[in-house]
Design a protein around this ligand. Structure first.
Ligand SMILES: Cc1cc2nc3c(=O)[nH]c(=O)nc-3n(C[C@H](O)[C@H](O)[C@H](O)COP(=O)(O)OP(=O)(O)OC[C@H]3O[C@@H](n4cnc5c(N)ncnc54)[C@H](O)[C@@H]3O)c2cc1C
Length: 226
C-alpha cells in the first residue's frame, strides 16, 4: 500500500516572474510577482525565496485579493539569509512562491459596520494594506509604528483620518512616540476587533495594554514576524 505523503510536502511551490519592483526606502521595496492561479484571503502570507536557493521566508501579501498580480513588501534585514538575496533580484527574474496560508484574516461572520483597530510595526503594515484595498468598506483605524517618517510605506493608500503614523525617532508622524504610548492615551472601544502585526515586543506590549483596557482576548488577533 502507498504511504500517505506528509502535508508539508504537498505544499505547491512554483517559479513566478518578477513583474516590477518599487523601492520605498533604501532597505524596503514592494515586489510585484506573477499570481498565476494562486488565490488568497487578505491577511494570508506566502513563503518566497530566490530561484536558486533552498531557503524561503514568510511574507504577508500586500496586494488586494482581486488584483491580477501578487505583491509583497520586503525589508532587507542586514546579514539575513533570504531578504538580501530578494533585494538583489530584478524585474524579469524569478522567485519561488509557495501557496498562500494563514489565519490572520477578517472573520466574515462579524457585522458589516464592525470596528477594527489595526496596529502595525514596520513592514507589519503589509496585511493591513491588503485588508484595506481588498475591502474598502472596512470601518478601521490603522496605527503604524515606525522609527522615521520615511517608513510610512505608501501611506496615501489610507484615508487620512483613519491612519495614525507614530514615529519614535523623528517628529514627522501624527504622533511622536510609540504605538503603545498612543494606545494608552487613546483607548478604542472594548468591542472593536484588534489586529496586531509586526515584531513580538510590540505585540506583547499591546496585548497587555488591551487586556488592561478590558478588551476580551477573543477580540485580539496577532501575527508575529520575528
Ligand atoms: C507570518 C509572517 C509574515 C511575514 N511577513 C513579512 C513581510 O510582509 N515583510 C517583511 O519584510 N518580513 C516579513 N516577515 C519576516 C520574514 O519572514 C523574514 O523573517 C525576514 O525577511 C528576515 O529574513 P532573512 O532570511 O533575511 O533573515 P534571517 O537570516 O532569517 O534572520 C536574521 C535575524 O533578523 C531578525 N529579523 C527578521 N525580520 C526582521 C525585521 N523586519 N527587522 C529586524 N530584524 C528582523 C530575525 O529574528 C533574525 O534574528 C514575516 C514573518 C512571518 C512569520
Amino acid at each position: 500500500m502507498q504511504k500517505e505523503v506528509p502535508t508539508a510536502n504537498k505544499i505547491k511551490t512554483d517559479l513566478h516572474e518578477i513583474l516590477d519592483i518599487r523601492h520605498l526606502t533604501d532597505s524596503t521595496f514592494v515586489m510585484r510577482i506573477e499570481k498565476k492561479d494562486l488565490e488568497f484571503e487578505a491577511g494570508q502570507h506566502v513563503c518566497v525565496g530566490p530561484p536558486n536557493g533552498i531557503h524561503t521566508r514568510e511574507y504577508s501579501i500586500y496586494s488586494a485579493e482581486q488584483d491580477d498580480s501578487l505583491e509583497i513588501l520586503v525589508k532587507e534585514v542586514e546579514n539575513g539569509l533570504v531578504s538580501p538575496s530578494l533585494k538583489k533580484l530584478k524585474k524579469g527574474g524569478y522567485v519561488v512562491v509557495e501557496e498562500p496560508v494563514g489565519y490572520f484574516t477578517i472573520n466574515k461572520d462579524l457585522p458589516k459596520d464592525q470596528e477594527y483597530v489595526f496596529i502595525a510595526s514596520g513592514t507589519g503594515i503589509s496585511p493591513f494594506h491588503s485588508f484595506v484595498i481588498s475591502k474598502p468598506e472596512l470601518n478601521y483605524t490603522l496605527l503604524h509604528g515606525v522609527r522615521e517618517g520615511e517608513e510610512a510605506y505608501e501611506a496615501d493608500t489610507y484615508e487620512a483620518d483613519r491612519y495614525v503614523l507614530c514615529t519614535s525617532r523623528d517628529k514627522t508622524g501624527k504622533y511622536n512616540g510609540r504605538v503603545t504610548d498612543y494606545l494608552k492615551k487613546n483607548p478604542f472601544s472594548k468591542t472593536a476587533h484588534y489586529y496586531l502585526c509586526g515584531n513580538c515586543n510590540m505585540i506583547h506590549d499591546v496585548y497587555d495594554i488591551l487586556e488592561e483596557q478590558g478588551v476580551s482576548t477573543d477580540n485580539i488577533h496577532a501575527e508575529v514576524y520575528f
